[in-house]
Write a protein that binds this ligand. Sequence first.
Ligand code: GAR
Length: 195
Amino acid sequence: MRTKRITVFASGSGSNFKTLHQSVLNGEIPASITALISDNPKAGAVTYARSQNIRTHLLLPSDFDESAAYTQKLESILSLENPDLVVLAGYLKKIPDHIVAKFSGKIINIHPSLLPKYGGAGWYGMRVHRAVIENGEQESGCTIHYVNEIYDEGPIIAQSHVTVNPDDTPESLAKKVQQEEHKLYPRVVRQLLEE
Ligand code: GAR
């Protein structure tokens, strides 16, 4: 059987990307991560991809003066990579509607809250955890969902919950949620590829 192909998008430190790649290497995910797409040359994800000889496509916002050109470039990269699954792992730019439509049901995202809470444009990273603490929430977690045309609103695939303790800080909460992300994402990616 043909090896399934994953393309990862990441803009940040890349801890989820690394965890997914480790899960490929240890056989938990029966697939190959053939490429990383990033909009941040300084991202830890990019450094890691290069260290592992994973093909890296850098799409710098400054290289695209109009969104049509950005969409076209993404489309040509994805046509070349021909992924079975596109995994967003901390990619902060919105995926253009045209790409979402073309790869419908094949693009998934992870978000560091229990969506629909604390989701939508502008909600990412520490901003989410700070708001969760400020609002006195007793639980938080992470969500994996299909990507549709509306930011953080695609159908939910899986969630993992964590308890927010009275002495939690945004940083300690971020750590707990990240640990859950690292368990949940490989599991969900594996399940989806087996379907
Ligand atoms: C993850 O916590 C992910 O949930 C979040 O970015 C982080 C990336 O961390 N995504 C979003 O906030 C999307 N709106 P990483 O670079 O260490 O994998």
